[in-house]
Design a protein around this ligand. Structure first.
Ligand code: ZN
Length: 225
């Protein structure tokens, strides 16, 4: 069943389930899953009861759809890099290069080329940044590892290895610094206790703003394989 609710596209799916649930798909359509016996008024009541949730998440879903649509390795597309929004140009004569606000790929390049480039940049940028912040905060670590993690931007293992996802290169430097401070603070507290957050805050008083950016842009982690 296709319809709209308060101007929002809705798709109702009847399933063998005992309760009603909903989620937005990547295109901004509200997918409502309902039990086989649900009536139209059951569905309407469910939607009305969750009007506020729907509004908030619709705005997010649309922002995602718009941002996602534009991010592509195609002439005129855009790619995020360290807080910049680079315009894609394809047809360069040599390997991938970045100018002030453009990224120039060789002829025939696709997503894999951008990923390869990001990984190379990550290997230069992230360990250097980690070393710098480790020194300024006075928190040591043992090793650094560049990962391709999609579930978290970074992690810290009990043996002192700090892993940072190359996907961080799509984030602004301020957000990256926060992830590094966060992981370094796990060297002091291996949990997310009050004490842990107090350590983070003492080293980065405006960390909440940076964390908020990462939470709102976590879709960047799912963009590429
Ligand atoms: Zn953590």
């Amino acid at each position: 069943m296709e319809s709209t609710f308060a101007g929002i596209p809705v798709s109702v799916e009847y399933k063998k389930t005992s309760r009603l649930s909903m989620t937005f798909d990547k295109g901004g359509t509200l997918i409502v899953t309902v039990p086989l016996r649900a009536t139209e008024s059951d569905i309407l009541r469910f939607l009305s009861d969750h009007r506020r949730w729907i509004r908030i998440h619709y705005t997010k879903a649309v922002a995602f759809a718009e941002a996602h649509e534009d991010i592509k390795v195609e002439e005129g597309g855009h790619l995020p890099y360290l807080g910049e929004n680079l315009t894609v140009h394809i047809g360069g004569k040599t390997r991938t290069t970045k100018t002030e606000n453009e990224i120039i790929f060789p002829e025939g390049a696709g997503e894999e080329e951008y990923i390869k480039w990001l990984k190379k940049k990550a290997k230069e940028y992230l360990p250097a940044k980690l070393a710098l912040i480790s020194e300024s905060t006075g928190i040591p670590f043992r090793r650094t590892r560049i990962s391709g993690a999609k579930k978290s931007w970074g992690s810290c293992s009990p043996d002192g290895t700090i892993s940072l996802s190359w996907r961080l290169m799509m984030c602004p430097p301020e957000a990256i610094d926060y992830v590094i401070v966060h992981e370094l603070c796990h060297r002091l507290h291996m949990d997310h206790s009050k004490e842990f957050w107090a350590e983070v805050e003492s080293r980065m008083p405006d960390y909440k703003k940076r964390k908020k950016w990462l939470d709102a842009n976590s879709f960047l982690m799912d963009l590429f394989e």
